[in-house]
Design a binder for this molecule. Structure first.
Ligand code: FES
Length: 177
């Protein structure tokens, strides 16, 4: 049922820089007023483009590198280090599932198994309907309410196997939204 895996760069031969939109440029220009060097704006520029495009394609990566006059390899390094820069298309909602100590202790492995069974995807995959992408993350900072995950902007705490289906409704099941 999975669609694709988030991994490293695209197999497209020789991608070319796309044109950044006016909105993207305006936001990057704003960041340039806040940081001492163009290099320092790399991560913020990646986040801006991701916010507008949903993910950072090779073409977007090249466009940012051109705009900031930084080596694309340097920008790739930033994107790799900051694992919430998506280098493949993601679903409408990204699930950030905490995969760290306090959540382990509170049984997140069972919740994760239920979640994967419910959605039919594993880490790095997107549901066939394009609704959800599942990504493991280190501590989400809500350890006393473990296990936790974020779905889009919403944090879900005290997760348990029985509530996964209601937290993550499937669009195509009985018309659920
Ligand atoms: S370990 Fe899961 S929120 Fe901190």
């Amino acid at each position: 049922m999975q669609q694709h895996v988030i991994a490293s760069s695209s197999p497209n031969p020789r991608p070319r820089a796309r044109d950044l939109s006016a909105e993207e440029i305006a936001e990057i220009e704003h960041e340039l007023t806040l940081y001492p060097t163009k290099q320092a704006v790399g991560l913020e520029a990646l986040k801006i483009v991701q916010r507008h495009q949903g993910w950072v394609s090779d073409e977007s990566m090249l466009a940012i590198a051109d705009y900031l006059s930084v080596p694309v390899s340097e920008l790739e390094g930033v994107a790799t280090f900051f694992n919430l820069i998506y280098r493949r298309p993601v679903g409408e909602k990204v699930i950030l599932f905490c995969d760290s100590v306090s959540c382990w202790i509170m049984g997140c492995d069972k919740v994760k198994a239920q979640l994967s069974a419910h959605l039919g995807i594993d880490y790095g995959e997107t549901t066939a309907d394009g609704e959800y992408t599942l990504i493991p993350v280190p501590c989400l900072g809500d350890c006393d309410k473990a296990p936790v995950m974020m779905v889009g902007e919403a944090m879900h705490r005290h997760l348990c196997v029985d509530t996964i289906a209601s937290v993550l409704p499937l669009k195509n099941v009985r018309g659920d939204k």
